[in-house]
Write a protein that binds this ligand. Structure first.
Ligand code: ARG
Length: 462
């Protein structure tokens, strides 16, 4: 049954029907669509457009349709165009002619925008929970490994020693910002299009504020023409997800490098690696590679939708049906990825010994310069002198701590025997006491802040 057959005396071309048909993917909106329809039926009842008995028939019918979907018993017909027409077709079958009153004053344009928003509001709560699980795994990993010291990198060259826990938490905060950003989307997402009609509003007196309250929306879209065409909420969501994907990719990349046998800082639980069909020794970090790879697809979904939206004339256009597959794909991608990453982090085993083995005295060259600074040498000059010491050690084929005092003093007499005190990894790390620094006490404070952030979020919920 077509919802719009009246003006036609020919059947839609079959291939056109297949092209136009969105039920294969928008069926996922069934619950949101039916929830929206039930609220609309109440609105019609309250506005005196349908009787109480008619409302009851519609509401019970809609609930039965929902049950069929929930139980897997809903039969999609070849002629069903989209989720909206499929639900209405079934409602007719179940309750008869009164079903024809449901669409009074409504259009699929405001209906689909409402359903998609509702769907995303619900799914955002699931996403936030998945994100929090990953954050919690990171916080737990940092807490369980307070002492391990590893090389910190810039330009992926060994730079300065840092606590492993500090590195772990460096991946917690981007996710915390993602969580904040997800919540920031909420008021715009929870803006109600229903009641906008096809584009111009409706003339039947259904109270939109009341609809918003019934559906858990925070406010009513102020312009009906904008309301039916606004997909900013999906673009924002996809952009949010793309940035989260970038963060997950960077975490994955660090771990891929750290699990490489050349470094071996962490070992992955074999349940999250795969073997090679040819090389018996391999344990490949596929979960992490997929995390890195899928960020490309998350970015692609955003770019695809923006490209679809760009240049549309005002009001609803069928192009907008193209909003759903990227939305669902991004959602599914994240809901598949986040739990696996949380478990990868939860089950991996750091090796403080391997981290230690990768520490090189040259990473203390800055501390060597600082020791001169404390004797009053200007930093620029101290930097130069420490650099010459690094070069001298390189020439002598030894490490900085094995370079004899005579060699240091040949560079500058202000190098004194106490310089050797800097060659203490724990002391080097402990000295970085600035807020947010890598000293154990600063990292403990940082971890406490992370725990507060997690607990605060848990109280307020999405
Ligand atoms: N399946 C459509 C979509 O997802 C529903 C809205 C159809 N509206 C219309 N005027 N044809 O966008």
């Amino acid at each position: 049954m077509k919802l719009w057959g009246g003006r036609y005396d020919v059947e839609t071309d079959e291939l056109m029907h297949q092209l136009n048909r969105s039920i294969p993917f928008d069926r996922r909106l069934w619950q949101a669509d039916i929830t929206g329809s039930r609220a609309w039926a109440e609105g019609l009842r309250d506005a005196g457009l349908i009787s109480h008995a008619e409302w009851e028939a519609l509401d019970e019918g809609l609930q039965r349709v929902a049950e069929e979907w929930a139980e897997g018993g809903f039969e999609i017909r070849e002629s069903d165009e989209d989720i909206h027409s499929a639900v209405e077709r079934r409602l007719f079958e179940l309750v008869g002619e009164v079903a024809g009153k449901l669409h009074t004053g409504r259009s699929r344009n405001d209906q689909v925008a409402t359903g998609t928003r509702l769907f995303l509001l619900w799914e955002s709560a699931r996403l936030e929970a998945a994100l929090v699980r990953l954050q919690t795994s990171l916080a737990d990993l940092a807490e369980a490994n307070p002492d391990a010291i590893m090389p910190g990198y810039t330009h992926f060259q060994p730079a300065q020693p840092i606590l492993f826990a500090h590195w772990v938490l460096s991946h917690f905060w981007p996710l915390q910002r993602d969580r904040e950003r997800l919540r920031d989307l909420r008021p715009r997402l929870a803006t109600l299009p229903l009641g906008a009609g096809a584009l111009a509003g409706h003339s039947l007196g259904v109270d939109r504020q009341q609809l918003a309250r019934r559906l858990g929306f925070e406010r009513v879209a102020p312009n009906s023409l904008d309301a039916v065409a606004d997909r900013d909420f999906i673009a924002e969501f996809l952009s949010w997800a793309a940035l989260l994907g970038v963060h997950l990719s960077r975490l994955a990349e660090d771990l891929i490098v750290f699990t490489n046998p050349a470094l071996n800082f962490v070992r992955l639980d074999p349940r999250f690696t795969t073997g090679s069909s040819l090389m018996p020794q391999k344990a490949n970090p596929d979960a992490l590679e997929l995390a890195r790879g899928k960020s490309g697809r998350l970015i692609g979904n955003l770019v695809g939708l923006l490209t679809t939206l760009k240049g549309l004339p005002s009001g609803y256009n069928k192009d907008l049906q193209e909003d759903k597959e990227p939305l669902f794909d991004t959602l599914d991608t994240l809901l598949a990825l986040l739990p696996v990453l949380a478990d990868v982090v939860r089950t991996m085993r750091p090796s403080p010994e391997a981290m230690r083995a990768a520490l090189d005295d040259a990473m203390l060259a800055t501390d060597l310069a600082d020791s001169l600074v404390r004797r009053g040498v200007p930093f620029r000059e101290a930097h130069h002198l420490a650099g010459r010491a690094v070069a001298a050690a390189e020439r002598a084929g030894c490490s900085l701590r094995d370079l004899p005092l005579a060699a240091y003093q040949a560079i500058d007499s202000r190098f004194q025997a106490d310089l050797y005190e800097i060659f203490d990894w724990r002391a080097a790390v402990a000295a970085k006491t600035s807020v947010g620094g890598t000293a154990p006490e600063a990292v403990r404070e940082q971890l406490a802040q992370a725990r507060v952030a997690l607990a605060e979020g848990a109280r307020s919920g999405f």
